[in-house]
Design a protein. Sequence first.
Length: 377
Amino acid sequence: MQQKTFTRIEGAEQFKALAERLTWEHAVSVLEARTRDSTMPTLRDWVAQYLDSDSGMLTGVEEGTRDDYKRAAQRSFLQVLGDMPVDAITKADVGRWVTWQERQLTQGTKKPVSMKTVQNYHSILSAALRAAVEHKLRGDNPAWKTRITRGEKREGVFLTADEFATILAVAPARYEGLLMFLAGTGCRWGEATALTWDRVDLESSPPTVRIDRAWKRAPRGGKILKQPKSKRSRRTVSLSADAAHALGTPGAPDDLVFLSRTGRAIDHRSFRSNVWLPLIGRARDAALCAELGVRPLQKSPNPHDLRHTHASWLIASGVPLPFVQARLGHESITTTVNTYGHLQPDAHQQMSDVIGATLAGVRPLRRAIPGPADNTT
């Protein structure tokens, strides 16, 4: 049995909640740290100040993104470190949070939180602690270079033309144009669903669309139209004849090209649950596919995989990676290479041939020189 005495019920309740959520030792360390300097802000208070738009500490961030950061902090590191004074947090404390976070399950599933999600949480924590260093609240950033377990990263799904044909065969007619556009241009979901008819030029040869807006999160929920996330994301993309035809009859200049059943912008979550997942279920139905004369789908793609698929088709046809970068709107060629470089046609054969030519004749020459074991008669 262990016990602590408090003069105020609020303090006792905080200590109890922390001990139940983590460990008694951690709760004691938090209590002792807060006792040493009651004037030092807790990490919870400091993060709230750091993320407040009026503080001026975090700039160049959309208000919707700022709200996302606040929610992410509340459900991640503030659960473990929030009650600790900013200057009392150590690298061991950060490590303890990472260990705890990696054990948490994604809401609605029984799968651990992904490595990417933990990295995103850690980035917010590290940025807030770096600001604390800049404001002389502590001497160093204990989150710097924290190692995070490398979990299993979901690999992109690349579809063949036949597999995409299966998806189209079972897709609702209303969304055929959207699916053709995503696979035919490689545009991001937020770019495609923000496209208006004044950005479409069907008279040019080839037809083109201008990508210069995308949906962004608005403060307190909702979505607003903003410029894409980077300068290279603002680009002109050419359309194949089939993709242009699938757009349908042009509407008014300010009308969205792709609309939901209710005549509004297509929401990603609603589309995924109400359209995409049932669609993939039908595409994997052997009996239905046999009736339609298509092969059943064996893969489980998501809507973003149509962007991956588009890139894979370009690369398989020999389109240079810088062209693919420009078409997809990647800010850096490194992103393109890291994501799709392994798909370059004949890359393995070319590299094998180069090394083969370089080493040609080397092994026979080596054999011609007697070694110590060969000095026998």
